[in-house]
Write a protein that binds this ligand. Sequence first.
Ligand SMILES: [Zn+2]
Length: 130
Amino acid sequence: MEHELNVLTAQAMAVVRQALPSFELRTWSVHRVSELNPRLRGNPEWDWPVLIMRFTVGDQGFDASTTLEEFGQWPEIVEAALEAVQEAVQHDRSLGLPSNWPECPLHPGTHPMEPFADGETITWGCPNRR
Ligand SMILES: [Zn+2]
């Protein structure tokens, strides 16, 4: 699992860097929500996994988190990671990137691309192809 995650981490890095060359993924880890907040410990209603990541764009640091459907589904983890990067970057106006970043090359001036998990490969593409 760790090897696969490293391969997919490298893939996710490559995918993001096509649109944002100064992107660096610093850390990422998956936890149960109930592990992160002592008041929720042992409560099965708060047992779902959450991805926590730290990344930089140039010299600017970002912390992002996103909930996951299941544990250990690594294509989903990378897909969620790309979505978290996208959301953080879209909302940080200081980067000067458009709110539809990364813009869909098939439909300029409209929607952003979305991450797709296809087997072991993660790509960013037009959401209308789903
Ligand atoms: Zn499109």
